[in-house]
Design a protein around this ligand. Structure first.
Ligand SMILES: Cc1cc2nc3c(=O)[nH]c(=O)nc-3n(C[C@H](O)[C@H](O)[C@H](O)COP(=O)(O)OP(=O)(O)OC[C@H]3O[C@@H](n4cnc5c(N)ncnc54)[C@H](O)[C@@H]3O)c2cc1C
Length: 476
């Protein structure tokens, strides 16, 4: 069966579309974290939507399952095969085409395998921006971004990937193609398949293309690193900046002292302040108004002058203790390199447990104080970096130099933190998805009717259970 199936695929897709040599397949079969490895009959790399459809038709006929993969930067193990049933890994890495950029409508229609940064560079040439921002943008793909509903540091202003998508083209489990790339802003004609496929982590079909929203490139930015009095001051600081600027805050990133020391140590970089502040915060405002870029009487761009004025007021009120404002692109880049270097520094820790949680904004200060102190009292080091404006915390429990990981109460502390998140009305997975790493938490923290509705949708769209089996929605 396997030989015939692979021969059929090879002759349908043409030479170069199938990898079967273990050496060629290896990099597709282990995830970015190195924690998950799977096996597949072949890595299949279709070059068009029709080739994806033909692949899924052949898989349906042969009962072969499919694990879709984009840039393989996912952090939940969703993009590598799970289990030992016959399956292929379907990589979108040959479908990178930008089909159209429409500068007037401010949309781009791109294939799913297009790397995020490749799209950003192409639209920048048209004076536009696709504002999804995070450290993996040089490798992750639009299809992966949509399938995980990726977030990052600009969600505060532009929303997550779902908010940036006007429509998708997708191949369903039976090989049929649904396409909605017209870029309509309004279309109330029944269930929204786009919204179902976004965040589905490849369990409902393969996204092959998308029509995305673009925004004008800001003409001026102000980037600063602040020492806040405490986390409780953060919302006040954010709101004062938003009110004064008319909502121009693009990023509001919590980088406390232990995290800053970890990043600078790992990457060999200098910190923005000699003494890393306990409550460090990276902030960016951006404007497309020419007047905001114009110099004031001192020659300072007006946006920067406004931010400095607000910061002065916040210092007088003792909400901000210190501030460093970037005065050049190089200084801005240096600040962002530190923020975007956080994930690598954390994943380099040998023994650690990482959370990607979200909380109602008002609950964040109490949660941070309580769980940091509780974890440290048990002997853990705590490294946190957060998209604070969205209430999204990436916390890591690790060992101190003197500690033995095996002797730390990892399971009970993780459970206690996640229970607290649930009690506060938060989510155990804010932006990385479920994949295979968080399946168990779906049972514990998501109510039975919600899981039943998800299973019914999956069963209706993929009755044979071929799409990314074992991922995202736990079995009964
Ligand atoms: C350094 C670093 C920093 C990161 N920072 C962030 C961050 O700030 N915010 C954030 O949200 N994420 C972040 N991530 C996680 C990751 O980059 C995102 O989840 C990203 O969207 C995954 O894209 P990908 O193309 O690599 O997808 P993959 O890893 O290949 O796949 C992810 C999931 O989507 C499915 N999938 C992929 N393509 C398709 C498709 N075309 N159709 C259907 N299903 C598909 C896969 O089966 C899998 O379940 C970070 C990762 C790294 C390594």
């Amino acid at each position: 069966m396997t030989v015939t199936f692979l021969d059929d695929l090879r002759s349908a897709l043409g030479p170069g579309a199938l990898l079967t040599d273990p050496a060629d397949c290896a990099r597709y079969l282990t995830d970015w974290t190195g924690a998950y490895t799977g096996t597949a009959l072949a890595v299949v790399r279709p070059a068009s939507t029709e080739a994806v459809a033909e692949t899924l038709r052949l898989c349906a006929a042969a009962g072969v399952a499919i694990t879709p993969q984009g840039g393989n930067t996912g952090l939940a193990g969703g993009g590598v095969p799970l289990g030992d049933r016959p399956q292929i890994l379907l990589s979108l890495d040959r479908m990178k085409r930008i089909r159209q950029i429409d500068p007037a409508a401010r949309t781009a229609t791109v294939e799913a395998g297009c790397v995020l940064q490749q799209l950003q560079e192409a639209v920048a040439a048209e004076g536009l921006v696709f504002p999804l921002m995070f450290g993996a943008r040089g490798s992750c793909t639009i299809g992966g971004n949509l399938s995980t509903n990726a977030g990052g540091s600009n969600v505060l202003r532009y929303g997550n990937t779902r908010a940036l998508c006007l429509g998708i083209e997708a191949v369903m489990a039976d090989g049929s193609v649904v396409s909605d790339l017209s870029g309509l802003r309004k279309d109330n004609t029944g269930y929204d398949l786009r919204d179902l496929m976004i965040g589905a982590e490849g369990t409902l079909g393969i996204i092959t293309a998308a029509c995305l929203r673009l925004y004008p490139v800001p003409v001026v930015r102000t980037t600063a690193f602040l020492a806040l009095r405490d986390v409780a001051s953060a919302l006040n600081v954010l709101n004062r900046l938003q009110d004064a600027s008319g909502g121009l805050v693009e990023a509001f990133e919590y980088m406390p002292a232990p995290m800053m020391r970890l990043i600078t140590g790992y990457h060999g970089k200098r910190a923005p302040m000699t003494q890393a502040p306990e409550t460090g915060l990276l902030l960016e405002l951006a404007s497309t108004r020419a007047d905001d870029a114009a110099p004031d009487a001192d020659g300072t761009p007006k946006l920067q002058a406004l931010v400095i004025e607000v910061l002065d007021g916040l210092m007088e009120d003792a909400l901000v203790e210190d501030a460093v404002v970037a005065t050049s692109e190089a200084q801005r880049d240096a600040l962002w390199e530190l923020r975007e270097g956080a994930a690598e520094a954390v994943f380099a820790l040998k023994e650690a447990y990482m959370f990607d949680i979200s909380l109602p904004l008002a609950a964040v200060p109490g949660f941070v104080a309580e769980t940091d102190a509780g974890s440290r009292a048990l002997g853990f080091e705590v490294y946190t970096v957060a998209h604070l404006g969205d209430g999204n915390l990436h916390c890591t429990l690790a060992t101190g130099e003197e500690q033995d990981w095996a002797k730390l109460p990892v399971e009970t502390q993780v459970a206690s933190i996640l229970d607290r998140v649930a009690a506060l009305g938060g989510s155990f997975s804010a932006e990385h998805g479920i994949g295979q790493s968080k399946l168990a938490y779906m049972h514990r923290y998501r109510a039975a009717p919600r899981l039943a509705a998800m299973r019914a949708i999956r069963q209706a769209l993929d009755p044979a259970g071929l799409m990314n089996p074992g991922k995202t929605i736990p079995d009964l």
